[in-house]
Ligand binder design. Sequence first.
Ligand code: PRP
Length: 172
Amino acid sequence: MESHLKLIFSPEEIHLAVNGLASEIRRDYAGKVPLLIGVLKGSFIFLADLIRTLKMPLEVDFIRTVSYGSGDVSSGDVKITKDIDADIENRDVLVVEDIVDTGLTLDGIFRHLQAKNPASLKVCALVDKRARRELPVKIDYSGFRVKEGFLAGYGLDYNEKYRYLPGLYIVK
Ligand code: PRP
């Protein structure tokens, strides 16, 4: 492993966290067919593991945003570059994020989806990272809470690298 990567959550710990989230979601959406919306690209591995663990009737869609800014500093301007395909009016929608950092992305997505009149709109994030939070977004289901640090692995990238790693790492 590259020396500037420090493991913070092993594949086994992630597996346990996904199991816990799936239990909560399965209980809360019993009898419903939720639409899970993955936020590209970072959430693709988490979403894939989550839906296979859920083992319940559901549908999947994707949304993609870019936030403008330099480096890892967001400017607060969130733009949707790929919208969902589904009609979500009166649907039970669950947004699936890999990580919530400043909250700007999630806030933008939430407002965009809320305007389409879903029956319910909730958020599941694998990692809730709070040190740089700028907007008070509500996360209904979160796997890990971390204070700070740049995370990579399990779908998350550092300059497009490391998405393939099965664990979650801090980039030093
Ligand atoms: C990451 C992550 C969230 C967003 C969170 O995406 O997947 O969508 O940043 O940051 P925020 O709370 O500060 O808005 P990123 O822009 O790195 O794109 P990617 O998922 O394609 O890697």
